[in-house]
Design a protein around this ligand. Structure first.
Ligand code: DER
Length: 225
């Protein structure tokens, strides 16, 4: 369908930036999925890369596609990461974490020379915050942490997976924080991470270096800033 076409077009365009010898960060989610698929094809055709994955899910996909994975001990840095987003604003600040992978995604994004964000046009927003902001928290005393999060002006929703609480690859909980609109994303980002019990939040401030938007007709546009 059109959204898949858009995600795929953006991701395949992003994959063109990957060169022989690069260490590549593999994002998580239904858009990054297509970038990993493309890199799998390029690897089969001789592209020499080493990859690190932002989730168990993406790691399994990389293994299935025989994309060589490398341990963090064996790399000096990451040349380029390709990842999706739940919202992208005009300054290329992002909300991520819809797939529950925000902690590993942010660790890898912040260690990457380039972060190429791939998204269908629906992810582009004037103002961040309509999408509930995912925040990863430890399980201990989570009720207290939820109350602290609420004090910053949101309705905190503990993420469930069916009847059970959602558990991240890191064994933590995710709280989806309903802000409605986030006026000062970079200030909020700092404030939330100061709350004891908060591990990381889904605001990616000044990390994206490229944004590639895909459209339903399969066309793509690399945004200028
Ligand atoms: O969970 C994540 O951070 C994903 O990258 C998310 O932000 C985008 O997921 P999607 O490509 O499936 O919409």
């Amino acid at each position: 369908d059109k959204i898949v076409m858009a995600k795929r077009a953006a991701s395949e365009k992003a994959a063109q930036y990957v060169r022989d010898g690069m260490v590549v960060g593999l994002g998580t989610g239904s858009t990054a999925y297509w970038a990993i698929q493309k890199l799998g094809e390029m690897t089969k055709n001789g592209l020499q890369i080493k990859a690190v994955a932002t989730s168990n899910q993406s790691e399994a996909l990389a293994k299935e596609l025989q994309i060589p994975l490398i341990a963090f001990t064996d790399i000096d840095g990451i040349d380029v990461t390709i990842d999706g987003a739940d919202e992208v604003d005009d300054e290329w600040n992002l909300i991520k974490g819809g797939g529950g992978a925000l902690l590993r995604e942010k660790i890898i994004a912040s260690a990457s020379k380039e972060l190429i964000v791939v998204a269908d046009e629906g992810k582009k927003v004037e103002q961040l915050g309509k999408f509930h902001l995912p925040v990863e928290i430890v399980q201990f005393g989570y009720e207290l942490t939820l109350r602290k999060l609420a004090s910053y002006g949101c309705i905190p929703h503990l993420r469930m997976s069916g009847e059970k609480r959602f558990i991240t690859d890191n064994g933590n909980f995710i709280v989806d924080c309903e802000f409605g609109r986030i006026e000062q994303p970079s200030e909020l980002h700092v404030a939330l991470n100061m709350i004891p019990g908060v591990v990381e939040n889904g605001l990616f401030i000044h990390l994206a270096t490229k944004v590639i938007v895909g459209f339903g007709d399969g066309s793509v546009r690399e945004l200028g800033r």
